[in-house]
Design a protein around this ligand. Structure first.
Ligand code: FMN
Ligand code: SF4
Ligand code: SF4
Length: 433
């Protein structure tokens, strides 16, 4: 069994699976059961400054979207940071850390954006023996309106300033949690880097409205006839998160900065994908809230088996796909594939035909007895048919070997050539002159 032990910015855990700061980590009772189930670490539910406790709504907190089988695909919430007293949280954190020395315990923090507030909270958490802090600059609802959370995460200068305070007033490793509610993730990540952050974690939730109640004409979740935007998470946000993680991992200014990958991680495969794109570990929220703590066992055994099969170490997986994440202009324009239908697997539903005929390239013929065949002379290899086909692997994309004539263009498949050297590219022509 592959060794999954992880060392993320000096914080050791028996595996790279941490629970993200959220309801699963908001009290000792939860965190202990999570550790019993096998989670390598947790980021405790965000603590705020001392004072009157946070007040949550007492109506529904969640909106959701589901797949056709009612599997939860996306969850939207309007919950705030912890509504439990600071003292109680600190006492519980101390007790849990003493008992579970081999697990990672990071404290998430969100306090007003002034030096005294940060200095004060850092002092309060000092003797908990927690392994590090995560700065919640990501929450898009409730706290942002009070000048915290994503209101800080959207202004790189604030990120840098607060990170500097945290590094000045604490010796703990500092993870800056980023919001995806920005046009580019790079300026916030660079600001965290400049401020001295040991790592970034992303993504926090995406500002969203999942649905509207059409009887009461209010966004959902509806609280007494009104709704507010929430933060979106779960499998639906994974593509956004993967791209943002990879952008940070490959940019020269942020390359090499440790990243904790968050957003829709549900299986070992999701985790491996985040790690291949540069994440040093992953954090999970929605999947644990949907399926319970024990899903970590599937993640542990799946990742371990994958690494064994590949004969790879966990460390060598991290960032492995980053060099292959390139700009469009560096894609091989002489790579040619054609769709191919496995007639034995086909259930003759006709979805591929409808999709290609109506919205793509009219490259699938319907024959007698509802047989479907690809017309190579029309197929542009978009792979829409693969994606709409209900039978997995029924349609595959098959590469044409070098030298073979592509019946669509009448040209032989040539050597690697991308847009940077293509004759239709005016910039390429200028460069060649
Ligand atoms: C109900 C709920 C409460 C959350 N509370 C916090 C929080 O207090 N602090 C924080 O940094 N992130 C919070 N998050 C965001 C998660 O930590 C995580 O970044 C996000 O859900 C994406 O991960 P996922 O797709 O695995 O759920 C919360 C998420 C949910 C669903
Ligand atoms: S790959 Fe695209 S163009 Fe080719 S058959 Fe499928 S849908 Fe049509
Ligand atoms: S979508 Fe798939 S199963 Fe349906 S007709 Fe096309 S190839 Fe056959």
């Amino acid at each position: 069994m592959a060794n999954l032990s992880s060392n993320f910015i000096g914080i050791k855990s028996p595996n790279p699976f941490w629970l993200a700061s959220a309801p699963p980590t908001d009290k000792k009772y939860n965190v202990e059961r999570a550790f019993e189930a096998g989670w390598g670490g947790v980021v405790w539910k965000t603590l705020g400054a001392e004072g009157p406790p946070i007040v949550n709504v007492s109506g529904p907190r969640y909106g959701a979207i589901w797949g056709a089988d009612r599997r939860l695909l996306g969850l939207n919430n309007i919950e705030l940071i912890t509504d439990r007293p600071l003292e109680v949280n600190l006492q519980e954190i101390k007790e849990v850390k003493r008992k579970w020395r081999d697990r990672a315990l990071v404290i998430s923090l969100m306090v007003p954006c002034d030096e005294e507030s940060w200095k004060d909270i850092l002092k309060r958490i000092e003797d908990t023996e927690a392994d590090g802090v995560e700065l919640n600059f990501g929450c898009p609802h409730g706290m942002a309106e009070r000048g915290m959370g994503s209101a800080v995460g959207q202004v790189p200068e604030y990120i840098e300033m607060v990170t500097r305070w945290v590094k000045q007033y604490s010796r703990m490793p500092c993870i800056v949690k980023l919001t995806p509610n920005v046009t580019s993730i790079l300026p916030p990540a660079m600001a965290a880097h400049r401020g001295g952050a040991d790592a970034v974690s992303l993504i926090n939730t995406v500002k969203s409205i999942t649905n509207v109640d059409l009887d009461h004409f209010s966004p959902f979740p509806m609280i007494d006839g009104r709704g507010s935007h929430g933060g979106y998470c779960g499998p639906a946000v994974k593509p956004i998160a993967l791209n943002m993680v990879a952008e940070i991992a490959r940019h020269p200014e942020t390359h090499g900065m440790p990243i904790s990958g968050i957003g829709g991680v549900t299986t070992w495969r999701d985790a491996a994908e985040f790690m291949a794109l540069g994440a040093g570990n992953v954090q999970v929220c929605t999947a644990a809230m949907t399926y319970g703590f024990k899903i970590v066992q599937e993640m542990i055994s799946g990742l371990s088996q994958y690494l064994d099969e590949k004969q790879m170490s966990l460390d060598s997986l991290i960032g492995r796909a980053v060099p292959n994440f390139v700009e469009w202009q560096h894609l091989n324009l002489n790579y040619v594939t054609k769709a191919q239908i496995d007639q034995d697997a086909c259930i003759k539903c006709g979805r591929c035909y409808a999709a290609c005929e109506d919205t793509s390239h009219q490259a699938i013929a319907m024959g007698p007895g509802r047989t479907f065949a690809v017309k190579d002379e029309e197929c542009v290899a978009c792979n829409l048919c693969v994606n709409v086909c209900p039978v997995e692997d029924c349609i595959t994309m098959v590469e044409l070997p070098k030298g073979q004539v592509d019946p669509r263009t009448g040209r032989k498949v040539g050597d690697y050539a991308d847009w940077t050297t293509h004759p239709n590219n005016p910039m390429a022509a200028q460069a060649a002159e």
